[in-house]
Design a protein around this ligand. Sequence first.
Ligand code: HEM
Length: 231
Amino acid sequence: MKSFMTVVRSSIFSKWLMAISGLAWVGFLVGHLAANLLIFVGPDALNAYGADLRALGHGTAIWGARLGLLVFFVLHVTTGIRLARLNRSAAGQKYAKSEPRKSTIASRSMLLSGLVILTYLVYHLAHFTWGIAHSEYYNGTATLPDGRVVHDVYSMLVASFSQPAISALYIVGMILIGLHLNHAIASAAQTMGVSHPRYVALIRKGAVALSLAVALGFMTVPLAVLTGLVR
Ligand code: HEM
């Protein structure tokens, strides 16, 4: 029987880690997108959502979610780098007994797009969560119909995305996330053993639809502000 550490070090274990941590982030992205689309309902809807989220479970729920996301993110990035290294060394072994996994353009660009998304995410957190990047748009409060005075997320988004350079950065980020997701979803299904051609084809189509919906959905926010639809 294989020892626990042999299993943990195997590339199939790493691939499962990539798939599970990646899918957890896909779930977060879909929820985050739905929340962002509240901007089209109006300032009160978006600001109340932000305040409710922070207050959930007396403020503990958001920290639990943040911790979970962070753990999944760190696992995803470190395992991704490890797998890319393993692939590279397997490609160099001409006579390996097991078939080496091919290092394709897609798999190499996954590492690159993943690392650019990491940079995007740090910028995004500095922008909207920590208020360090573009701090001039971070402050401000709004009063909800029920009298609560909350952080004015709506005005922060409008002020930020009125700057074409900031919107352009976000739009480029969304294109990369869409491309990364498209390849990742199909790859996760393969790791999880989906091999029947009919399901593989179905999942490929689903991956294209989901990644387009996520990328275009997020893009509507800066585009709506830039075009004056949301102000
Ligand atoms: C146009 C696209 C996006 C907009 C307008 C947007 C908006 C926001 C806002 C306003 C916040 C701060 C919420 C608050 O503190 O009240 C936030 C937080 C966050 N966003 Fe985004 N987001 C976008 C895309 C993304 C993408 C693509 C990702 C993932 C790759 C992402 C990941 C996060 C994370 C992890 C947080 C921190 C959550 C927390 O700790 O509270 N966002 N986003």
